[in-house]
Design a protein around this ligand. Structure first.
Ligand SMILES: CC(C)(COP(=O)(O)OP(=O)(O)OC[C@H]1O[C@@H](n2cnc3c(N)ncnc32)[C@H](O)[C@@H]1OP(=O)(O)O)[C@@H](O)C(=O)NCCC(=O)NCCS
Length: 152
C-alpha cells in the first residue's frame, strides 16, 4: 500500500452562517453542522484512501459553543488513525472573528470505511505520522477503539 502523510489529506471547509442555517433560538442548527462535518470528513477520507468511502460511526460529537448568523465557520479535518479498511477522521470546527481569531465550537471523530467498486471494504493507504501531536492522536484513537470494543 501507498504511504500518505496526515497533511496530504488535510481538508478545510468554510461556511457563512445564514438565516436558513438557524434554529428557533437563533443559533446554527446542530443538524446542519453535522452535515458539514460529515462532508468535510468524507472528503478527507477520500483524499487519504483514494477511494469512495462511507461513514460507519461517529465516535464523538461535542458541541462546545454556539455559532450565530453571519459567523464565518471553518471546519478542519485530518486523518488520525487507519486500520485495515477504516480511517478515523477528526473534525474541529471554529468560528472565525473578523480579526482572524478562531474559537473552537465543535470537535468530532468519525470512522469512515473505504469501498471498492463492488462497495466492499477495501484496504486503505498507510498513515505516516510526522509530529508529536499526530502520534498522540494515533494513541488516543487506539484507546477509543478499545473503549468501543467494550461498549458495542
Ligand atoms: C461500512 C460497512 C460497509 C462495513 O461493513 P462490514 O460488513 O461491517 O465490514 P467489516 O466488518 O469488514 O468492517 C469494515 C471496517 O469497518 C469497521 N467497522 C465496522 N463497524 C464499525 C463500528 N460500528 N464502529 C467502528 N468501526 C466499525 C471495522 O472495524 C473494519 O475496520 P478495519 O478494516 O480497519 O479493521 C457497512 O457497515 C455499511 O455499508 N454501513 C452503512 C454505511 C452508510 O450507509 N453510511 C452512510 C449513512 S447514511
Amino acid at each position: 500500500m501507498k504511504e500518505k502523510r496526515v497533511r496530504d489529506s488535510y481538508t478545510e471547509q468554510v461556511q457563512m452562517v445564514t438565516q436558513a442555517h438557524l434554529n428557533g433560538y437563533g443559533r446554527l442548527f446542530g443538524g446542519t453542522l453535522m452535515e458539514w462535518i460529515d462532508t468535510v470528513a468524507v472528503v478527507c477520507a477520500r483524499r487519504h484512501s483514494e477511494r469512495n468511502v462511507t461513514t460507519v460511526l461517529v465516535d464523538m460529537l461535542h458541541f462546545k459553543a454556539p455559532a450565530h448568523a453571519n459567523d464565518t465557520v471553518t471546519l478542519c479535518a485530518n486523518v488520525t488513525y487507519v486500520g485495515n479498511t477504516s480511517m478515523e477522521v477528526r473534525v474541529r470546527t471554529y468560528v472565525e472573528e473578523l480579526d482572524g481569531e478562531k474559537k473552537i465550537i465543535n470537535e468530532a471523530y468519525l470512522i469512515i470505511v473505504a469501498l471498492d467498486e463492488r462497495e466492499n471494504p477495501v484496504r486503505v493507504n498507510r498513515l505516516v505520522l510526522e509530529t508529536d501531536e499526530e502520534r498522540q492522536e494515533w494513541e488516543n484513537a487506539i484507546l477509543r477503539k478499545e473503549r468501543r470494543k467494550k461498549v458495542y
